[in-house]
Design a binder for this molecule. Structure first.
Ligand code: THU
Length: 158
């Protein structure tokens, strides 16, 4: 038996004002779209913004449903739209925010398991790493690739 260890690397920021200008612009975009989320059941509004390899930016939010499993998270809502409409264009950056009571939450919002799998496949599909910014009012975490959030993944190589 061999015991193995996986090391994860992420960057932490304690203020949004210290983030790069392009990320702050994307946070603004994600916050605006989060306010339009349809989330009457959880009252948790999530906004996601992406930048594609051609510089184009897109955003989306979570959409819930009375039949709970029929709803969808902001991340998958956005990636399915982006990959469906621009199938030749890689997603380079993704920014995530969440609001509760209409206010950006303090801690970073981390994607759920289902979204992680879709985010991973987006990277694999284009063969390009996607930088992910998980933003909170007091703490933001940034990772260079989905490999950090899903290190032992089910992938094309299987
Ligand atoms: N949600 C997202 O949209 N993204 C996440 O990363 C976490 C959860 C949504 C799903 C549901 O509409 C609400 O937030 C509460 O779970």
């Amino acid at each position: 038996m061999i015991k193995k260890e996986i090391r994860l690397e992420y960057v932490e920021f304690s203020s949004i004002s210290e983030l790069p200008a392009n990320i702050q612009e994307m946070i603004h975009m994600a916050l605006e779209v989060a306010k339009k989320a349809y989330s009457p059941y959880s009252e948790f509004q999530v906004g996601a913004a992406v930048e594609l390899s051609d510089g184009q930016r897109l955003c989306a939010n979570n959409q819930e449903n009375k039949a709970y499993p029929s709803g969808i998270c902001a991340e998958r809502s956005l990636l399915f739209f982006a990959n469906g409409n621009y199938p030749e264009t890689a997603v380079k950056i993704m920014v995530l925010v969440a609001c509760s009571d209409g206010k950006l939450i303090d801690m970073p919002v981390y994607p759920c398991g289902a979204c992680r799998q879709v985010m991973m496949e987006t990277e694999e599909r284009y063969g390009e790493e996607m930088e992910i910014w998980m933003v909170g009012a007091k703490t933001t975490h940034m990772i260079q690739s989905m490999n950090v959030l899903l290190p032992l993944k089910f992938s094309f190589s299987h």
